[in-house]
Design a protein around this ligand. Structure first.
Ligand code: SF4
Length: 302
């Protein structure tokens, strides 16, 4: 196996989740307030709200003018794949009502498959050793992750030697509120939370936002919720029907029958600070804060 002595990173990458925090990191680099990036990488599940794609196009244009190329990587279309009986199913964290009436949560494989894996493959390629070549020992990319101080417990090291995570917002001591303020100051105040349209992690505020702001996305989510009720088409076709029922909403009710209205004063999805438990989105989907088996075959652990 080849090896080389490398004191610093060969590349500086940004894992651009296209939500509030990672967008702030991108803008900070564009503004010269933190070191620049060689590439910003967006892992596209192809089922983000329309507003996320619109924002992404705007930031990409801005970043590229500042010399930071924004590149989209993708493992496919999470919605189309899940509904395709010929496609191996990749489990989303769907809410399950078991035959005995108890509730559960299906395994989450989607973050690994649709986000972590394509980001790792891109890093390999950008380092000059596209899969399945091994990245020589000592060669690594620094990867910035947008994690703010209010969610510091999500900051984790990368699980491979060729990526080393850094957390610029933690170093600056910025929380989500400061990030929102900065986005507004910079004219990017309409940044929305990034997640798949049909992500079962949405709280009521997230679902309401999709219903009220992305009618096509809402229709897709309602239809998806209906179609997966008794399991993924692929699994059902393979003679593996679900014992129980799947739902996108945590109440285990059909999405279009759930009362999504807030109990207290309405809070916008864009600025979801202090929302009540039913309204709030739980931890959600950050590629680098969960360890759900995203190893690319042949890679060595850190
Ligand atoms: S946003 Fe939700 S559905 Fe999409 S990859 Fe992440 S956990 Fe899975």
């Amino acid at each position: 196996m080849s090896s080389l002595q490398q004191s610093g990173p060969a590349l500086r990458l940004l894992s651009l989740g296209a939500g509030v925090q990672s967008t702030v990191v991108l803008l900070l680099a564009c503004d010269g307030l933190i070191p620049s990036f060689d590439h910003a990488l967006f892992a596209d599940t192809r089922w983000e709200p329309r507003a996320v794609y619109a924002n992404l196009a705007r930031w990409a244009e801005h970043a590229e003018r500042k010399g930071i190329p924004v590149r989209t990587v993708s493992a496919g279309d999470i919605r189309a794949d899940a509904l395709d009986p010929r496609h191996r199913f990749v489990s989303m964290p769907l809410h399950v009502r078991n035959p005995d009436g108890s509730k559960g949560l299906a395994r989450r494989q989607c973050t690994s498959e649709y986000k972590v894996r394509p980001l790792k493959m891109a890093a390999w390629q950008l380092l000059g050793y596209p899969h399945p070549h091994r990245v020589p020992r000592g060669l690594f990319a620094e990867q910035a992750i947008g994690i703010s101080t209010d969610e510091f417990t999500r900051a984790k090291d990368a699980d491979v030697a060729y990526l080393r995570n850094v957390f610029p917002l933690l170093e600056l001591g910025w929380d989500r509120a400061r990030c929102l303020e900065y986005l507004s100051e910079r004219g990017f105040g309409e940044t929305v939370k990034s997640a798949c349209v049909g992500c079962p992690f949405h709280g009521n505020a997230g679902w309401r936002w999709i219903r009220d702001n992305d009618p096509d996305g809402w229709a897709e989510a309602v239809e998806f919720d209906r179609v997966i009720r008794n399991g993924y088409p692929h699994a059902t076709d393979q003679g593996q029907p679900l014992r129980g029922q799947y739902f996108l909403h945590r109440s285990c009710k059909p999405l279009d029958e759930v009362d999504l209205e807030p109990r207290a004063a309405s809070r916008r999805h864009l600025h979801l600070v202090g929302a009540d438990a039913e309204d709030a989105d739980p931890d959600g989907c950050s590629p680098w804060s969960c360890r759900s088996g995203a190893a690319v075959s042949g890679e060595a652990a850190a």
